[in-house]
Design a protein around this ligand. Structure first.
Ligand code: ADP
Ligand code: ADP
Length: 225
């Protein structure tokens, strides 16, 4: 079954002005349960726009977004927020961890916000940190961690509430190539171990090659590679 289905997605910025940009011109994409899909696109091709639409942070001008079987058009902001919280996990190029909290607290807090008990939340956070190889860093604040460690914590935070779909925008894009490969391995292990589905934007073709499928954004259209 499909965890994400985009059909006929169109998005224009600044319509009817000289600055008009037709970013997406009818994009169809299905991510099936358990599938990890690479979204490959040169800079400016619209990958952030597409991820924001899939992540319910933005709405398309035309087309349908379905998350875990639920059609999102016409849904209230409240419902969209609930779907984002319960079904989706986000990872960005820059980790956006809360600097004043420790690594483990950054993973515990979203769970507490979701009604999980502290004991349960801490156990889950510890186990997530262990699965990406940084259990010993649990009580460090982000500033005391390396870039690769910070991204691993961000992956754990994205997994904190056991989402159905992970959306990642250049998740290792700010790391040197060697660290990037290691951190990406940690992410893939986490995704595979939890049976998570993912849509991961990258322009690193070595990373894209490790995913189940590759789709390419080209002149507003999405093509299977
Ligand atoms: P990518 O993530 O692939 O670099 P984006 O989705 O960020 O691409 O942007 C795609 C195109 O749309 C770019 O030409 C960008 O300048 C333009 N764009 C993005 N956001 C806006 C906006 N809010 N207003 C106007 N143009 C935008
Ligand atoms: P950048 O282009 O700097 O990497 P991001 O991809 O981190 O930006 O964020 C893109 C947009 O998504 C921003 O408008 C940001 O406010 C919003 N955003 C980032 N993280 C979240 C989140 N967890 N929930 C809701 N909105 C978010």
């Amino acid at each position: 079954s499909a965890v994400l289905r985009l059909s006929g997605i169109e998005k224009v910025y600044n319509p009817g002005t000289p600055g008009e940009v037709n970013v997406l011109r009818g994009v169809d994409l299905t991510v099936n349960t358990g599938e990890v899909v690479a979204l490959v696109a040169p800079s400016g091709a619209g990958k952030s726009t597409l991820l924001h639409i899939a992540g319910l942070l933005d709405t398309p001008d035309k087309g349908a977004v379905e998350i875990a079987g639920e059609a999102m058009q016409g849904r209230s902001d409240r419902r969209r927020t609930a779907v984002r919280r319960d079904q989706l996990g986000f990872v960005y190029q820059f980790h956006h961890l809360l600097p004043e909290f420790t690594a483990i607290e950054n993973i515990v807090l979203p769970q507490l916000a979701n009604g999980v008990s502290r004991v349960e939340a801490e156990a889950r956070a510890q186990s997530l940190l262990a699965s990406v190889g940084i259990a010993a860093r649990a009580s460090h604040r982000p500033a005391a961690l390396s870039g690769g460690e910070q991204q691993r914590v961000a992956f754990c935070r994205a997994m904190a509430n056991a989402p159905k779909l992970l959306l990642a925008d250049e998740p290792t894009g700010n790391l040197d190539p060697e660290t990037s490969a290691l951190v990406f391995d940690a992410l893939m292990t986490l995704v595979r171990d939890t049976g998570l589905s993912a849509l991961i934007a990258t322009h690193n073709l070595d990373l894209a090659a490790q995913m189940d499928r590759r789709v390419r954004l080209d002149a507003g259209h999405l093509r299977e590679d």
